[in-house]
Design a protein around this ligand. Structure first.
Ligand SMILES: *[C@@H]1O[C@H](CO)[C@@H](O)[C@H](O)[C@H]1NC(C)=O
Ligand SMILES: *[C@@H]1O[C@H](CO)[C@@H](O)[C@H](O)[C@H]1NC(C)=O
Ligand SMILES: *[C@@H]1O[C@H](CO)[C@@H](O)[C@H](O)[C@H]1NC(C)=O
Length: 492
């Protein structure tokens, strides 16, 4: 085969995602070679969806590898798990040093860390890429979050950035970082998506049950917010959902059972936050809120025996309250993203990644579920200061959240009096108050731990004396019975 007939990139796995990504890359001027384990699928694809394009096909892994320019670039879009390892081992004998295997599936990041290390030890390069935007995104421009072997990036940059969605004149794709960071960042993206959805659902509940508004009125409010800082895909579709009636004129959303499903990526983010000891409370609450929703029958039984607070008709200025609600939603969203970036900051330390924070925010501005105007402000904050410790202390967000504070507090207080559950709003506010507090009551917790378990504590700066020195683990004889020996044997 002459060099000009060789393909720029190969793709394994011709489910809809794979087919759409191939057609997208073809549109952007790249020659793609397609392969599927069931080889009849390759022929069918070439004769139908890919008819008239530059796409070529292969009937074996060997043939696929022989039809690619070097360094070879091969994207796997197969089911996460053993299938990925299986294809990697089938590919290896046909690859040369410097060739690149890209996993574009929904792999869990620890697998990508492992695969990256294994392949690098054999002289091959690995990329684990988050791909967001579903089937439509794959066809028209997804958000692509590639991370792995740094040396692979220059070889895939052009294909990836041209294939990705474009927003604000830039591709929604940049290099994330090393080993499993691409899939990690995709996981955090999904966790943040859970948080955004929960915040919007709580807002809807406050407007509906608190203020007693009709769906059409609520849709108009979301529609107005779409013109400001909250402009986002999720606000837009919420507006459209609220305006959607069933054939009998009843809003469709009222006919939908209030039991939220989940596929697990929010849960994985929350579990990882606990593992890394990071207070990503909003995503955690969003996952738990779905869990609580699933206890439908138990809730129905409880609703019959536990009385709600007596309903107080809203006395204040409705428009003022709606403006407060918008501020509360915005502030809570800032907290959620600040927590997400805190988690990624810690992950970078623990997993030894150099993460591209500005790039991550920029990648999420298009092609994915959480795309929003807001992400441009996050991108700008990290571009201005790549070493930013927290989004909350960046000049832009510090000002925004300070302005939002009074309204945010009024909304949380009023909704709590109404008895409307707002776990995401309240955890955001509690986190904010904890984060900005110099002295928390953890001193008492330390005293309790030392009292019952001799777990020791450290002295507060300025309070040192001859029996309590800085930097020492101190144990106090709290009662006549408590021992002198500090404990490391039992940890209650
Ligand atoms: C082959 O294609 C089918 C869809 O036509 C898809 O479901 C399957 O995942 C593909 N598998 C592989 C390993 O190529
Ligand atoms: C949906 O029904 C409501 C009344 O329940 C009505 O006011 C509204 O115009 C309807 N919306 C559409 C898009 O037909
Ligand atoms: C961390 O990564 C750097 C380069 O990215 C590497 O030189 C170093 O050895 C790594 N350290 C560990 C503990 O993995």
């Amino acid at each position: 085969m002459s060099d000009s007939q060789l393909a720029d990139i190969g793709l394994i796995g011709l489910a809809v995602m794979g087919q759409n990504l191939i057609l997208n890359m073809n549109d952007k001027g790249f020659k793609v070679c397609a392969f599927n384990r069931t080889t009849s699928k390759v022929d069918r694809f070439l004769e139908n969806e890919a008819k008239g394009t530059n796409v070529i096909g292969a009937h074996s892994i060997e043939e696929l590898c022989s039809k690619l320019k070097t360094p070879r670039r091969i994207i796997l879009l197969v089911k996460a798990g053993p299938a990925v390892d299986d294809f990697i081992s089938q590919l290896e004998p046909h690859l040369e040093k410097g060739d690149i295997i890209i996993d574009g599936g929904n792999s869990h990041y620890p697998d990508s860390i492992r695969r990256c290390k294994e392949l690098e030890s054999k002289g091959l390069l690995f990329v684990g890429s988050g791909v967001s935007g579903g089937e439509e995104g794959a066809r028209n421009g997804p958000s692509l979050m590639p991370g792995g072997s740094d040396a692979a990036w220059p070889h895939i940059k052009e294909i990836f950035q041209k294939t990705a969605a474009q927003a604000y004149g830039e591709p929604c794709c940049d290099w994330v970082g090393q080993t499993g960071s691409g899939h990690y960042v995709k996981m955090v993206h999904n966790g943040i998506e859970y948080g955004d959805m929960q915040l919007i659902a709580e807002t809807y509940d406050i407007l509906k049950r608190g203020l007693g508004l009709e769906h059409a009125e609520i849709a108009d409010i979301f529609s107005k917010w779409q013109d400001g800082v909250l402009n986002s895909f999720l606000i837009e579709i919420t507006r459209d959902i609220l305006r959607f009636n069933d054939t009998d004129g009843v809003p469709m959303v009222d006919k939908i059972l209030d039991v939220a499903g989940q596929k697990g990526t929010g849960k994985w983010t929350a579990i990882n936050a606990l593992d890394l000891g990071m207070p990503v409370t909003l995503i955690g609450e969003a996952v738990f809120a779905r869990c609580l929703s699933s206890l439908k029958e138990e809730r129905v039984r409880a609703s019959k025996v536990i009385a709600a607070p007596a309903k107080q008709p809203f006395q204040g200025d409705k428009q003022q309250f709606i403006d407060d609600l918008m501020q509360g939603l915005y502030a809570s969203k800032i907290i959620s993203y600040a927590q997400g970036f805190m988690l990624m900051r810690e992950a970078a330390k623990v997993y030894n990644w150099t993460l591209n924070n500005a790039g991550i925010a920029a990648m999420w501005r298009g092609g994915c579920i959480i795309k929003s105007v807001f992400l441009s402000d996050i991108t700008a904050a990290y571009r201005e200061n790549p070493e930013l410790e927290s989004l909350l202390t960046s000049p832009f967000f510090l000002k925004a959240i300070s302005q939002a504070q009074p309204g945010w507090r009024r909304v949380v207080a009023q909704s709590t009096l109404w008895g409307i559950p707002i776990p995401a709003f309240t955890t955001a506010l509690s986190f904010f108050d904890g984060y900005r507090t110099e002295t928390l009551p953890a001193n008492l917790i330390q005293a309790q731990r030392d009292f019952f378990g001799a777990h020791t504590f450290r002295v507060r700066p300025g309070m040192e004396n001859d029996h309590m020195k800085a930097g020492e683990d101190i144990h106090v004889k709290w009662t006549a019975n408590s021992g002198d020996v500090s404990s490391s044997t039992y940890n209650a």
